[in-house]
Design a protein around this ligand. Structure first.
Ligand code: APR
Length: 229
């Protein structure tokens, strides 16, 4: 028998217990910065050096973080299910936990690119130097999808969600589109679970809410899914 397909849609909350701050739990500030200054294409045009410094700092922080139990349980699902992770996170904690199929909707901290994003390179945890140029002569920049930019992997994510039997949403305020709209692509008869200590507003009716932190919520989810099988 073929394995059931599970899609995990994750946001900043799944990495909170690994020590990475979420975006909207601190009054619109992200690591003491205005989100518009460090996470929008206009912010980049206004002050690229500030943006480079900011993501260099995020990369250094990531190096010292480790995946938590929730990332690990997501990876363990691959034993019994056909799993895709669709994440809004730019950290690499799903990879380091062992997940093998991950769609990073908003880019990846450990990569850099040219300004037209046609050339992408792995930089690991190294800094991007201010004033560095990419192969085409444009500024080398973090490989992140900022506010005001297209989300190229959106269609790929939609295709995965359209085929799922189970959708599990973890740690996202569902405040940022188009990612927030992905829940509506789950097939009618799929099971949908949402794990978050502060359940966000969501218009879909058939969602089973698990009002817990990601680590505790994932353990509960495993019990529920075992019982249902
Ligand atoms: N476990 C699970 N969820 C948690 C935890 C935790 N330990 N701690 C906080 N949360 C929840 C919050 O209750 C909130 O619903 O995580 C969610 C975090 O929401 P946001 O900060 O808005 O993060 P996210 O939804 O990932 O943001 C989406 O916005 O700024 C952009 O591009 C950025 O990818 C990001 C996007």
């Amino acid at each position: 028998m073929s394995k059931k397909k599970v899609v995990f849609l994750t946001g900043a909350g799944i990495s909170a217990e690994s020590g990475i701050s979420t975006f909207r739990d601190s009054d619109g500030l992200w690591e003491n910065h205005n989100v518009e200054d460090v996470a929008s294409i206009d912010g980049w045009y206004r002050n690229p050096d500030l943006v480079i410094d900011f993501y260099n700092e995020r990369r250094r922080q990531l190096k010292n973080c480790i995946p938590n139990k929730a990332h690990l349980i997501v990876a363990e699902f691959e034993k019994d299910f056909d799993v895709t992770v669709v994440t809004q996170n730019v950290d690499n904690l799903h990879e380091r936990a062992g997940s093998s199929k991950i769609i990073h909707l908003h880019g990846e901290l450990t990569k850099a690119c040219n300004e037209s994003k046609t050339f992408v390179t792995d930089i690991g945890y190294n800094d991007i130097s201010k004033g560095s140029r990419a192969a085409d002569g444009s500024k080398l920049r973090p490989f992140i999808v900022w506010f005001g930019e297209a989300v190229p992997l959106l269609e790929t994510a939609i295709h995965e969600i359209e085929k799922c039997n189970i959708l599990v949403i973890i740690g996202t305020s569902l405040a940022v589109y188009p990612a927030a709209g992905l829940v509506h692509y789950a097939p009618k008869h799929s099971e949908i679970y949402l794990i978050d200590p502060k359940i966000p507003n969501v218009s879909s009716s058939n969602i089973f809410f698990i009002e817990e932190k990601a680590t505790v919520g994932m353990e509960k989810l495993v019990d529920i899914i075992k019982k249902n099988d």
